[in-house]
Design a protein. Structure first.
Length: 263
């Protein structure tokens, strides 16, 4: 991300001057992801290297669409859902392609694990910002003149596939907080909630975002071991579990140091 963001910022400025719509960027990086998946499925050294390069181009554009929407005043609810849906479709296609190199069941489990890790990344960052008064501004549901299905289709996909796990992660976060602090989050003082949603818990997972995932998969494609991505994703889920355990221990220590103790 450190290397990518300056390029993305320059790209946003160029696209804004050219009058490119954010949705065009979303569909373009979605098409690149599907093309990369098709190349992975064909096997062969050259296709794998080409797929790795396409995935990095996809990542660059994926880091530009939101910035372009903000820079041009075209942030919409539909755009947020659309970007999420396109990323999900691309991930499904990539893991389907990886089954050409190994068993399908571990690949399916890795897809589920990746989706959970990415959702945890998103929810932790959102909670961190929300508690510090950094909520994103409200956005209109649709771009001017867009049909209603432009919002309803990606929203339906989110509600069907991703909303249940977001609710699960929210309930899990609340249960872990209560176990560590001895009180529900709603009853805890703000300083305790801030200590729970701290920089440690956010930064420890945020680096597992989609940009990192595509960079890792790209390296494995170039070296000719694409299926190695499957066990590495499963290990990331185990790492995320360890981070949550560490959060609980850190909060318990902080409460004891302040003279309080979990009930």
């Amino acid at each position: 991300m450190v290397l990518l963001q300056p390029l993305a910022s320059r790209g946003v400025a160029w696209l804004a001057r050219a009058g490119v719509a954010p949705t065009a960027v979303v569909f373009t990086h979605g098409a690149l992801g599907l093309a990369a998946a098709a190349l992975v499925a064909t096997q062969g050294r050259a296709p794998l290297i080409a797929a790795a390069l396409l995935l990095q181009a996809k990542t660059l554009l994926d880091n530009m669409d939101g910035g372009l929407a903000r820079a041009t005043g075209r942030v919409t609810e539909a755009g947020r859902y659309l970007d999420t849906a396109v990323d999900l479709v691309g991930n499904v296609a990539l893991f389907a392609a990886l089954t050409r190199y190994g068993p399908a069941v571990p690949a399916l489990l890795a897809l589920v694990a990746l989706t959970l890790v990415l959702s945890l990344d998103f929810n932790l960052e959102a909670r961190y910002r929300e508690l510090r008064g950094e909520r994103p501004p409200s956005a209109p549901p649709l771009p001017p003149g867009a049909p209603a299905w432009w919002l309803s289709l990606p929203r339906a996909l989110y509600r069907l596939l991703l909303a249940p796990q977001d609710r699960f992660l929210a309930r899990l976060d609340g249960a872990l907080f209560a176990a560590a602090a001895g009180v529900p989050q709603a009853a805890a003082p703000m300083e305790t909630r801030l200590a729970w949603a701290d920089l440690f818990s956010t930064a420890s997972v945020v680096n597992l975002g989609l940009s990192t995932q595509m960079a890792l998969l790209g390296v494995l494609l170039i070296v000719g071991h694409p299926y190695l991505y499957v066990p590495l994703v499963l290990l990331q889920l185990a790492y995320a579990v360890l981070v949550q355990i560490a959060r609980m221990l850190r909060l318990r220590r902080a409460l004891r140091a302040d003279g309080g103790s979990p009930a």
